[in-house]
Unconditional design. Sequence first.
Length: 156
Amino acid sequence: MNILFYTAIILLTFCIMEMFTWWLHKYVMHGFLWTLHEDHHDSQHKKTFERNDYFFIIFGTLSMTVFLLGTLFPALRILLFIACGITLYGAAYFFVHDVFIHQRIKMFRNTNNFYFRALRKAHKVHHKHLGKEEGECFGMLWVPIKYFKEALKSRQ
């Protein structure tokens, strides 16, 4: 197999992860694992470590398992590239969600980028609901069009 094929697998996996994350966030984190996610919706939101951070451990472990399977079993080599896509998505999630949006590391506070303003607004709307019901905007990178429209208005 060639490099273009493996690159396509990585990019496709990254994109599928956004859809999977939306589903997981809506039906698992706001569902039966709400006990782990609930403190992330706490209005104070000032803890260094949240129970919600266990999701990083869970998903990191899954990613490492996929890497391991792709390494140990040559017939499953494609799993290495799927694991790369999952890991890249996890890194993007960390930088976008934890660093940029929630400012767990104080960086990129004053960006005036159109996309990032829309992204922040969508996430803010998600967090206005403190309970597990009535949520909206469950994705991370895919932002509903109405928030782009609001980002345009706020620029003028």
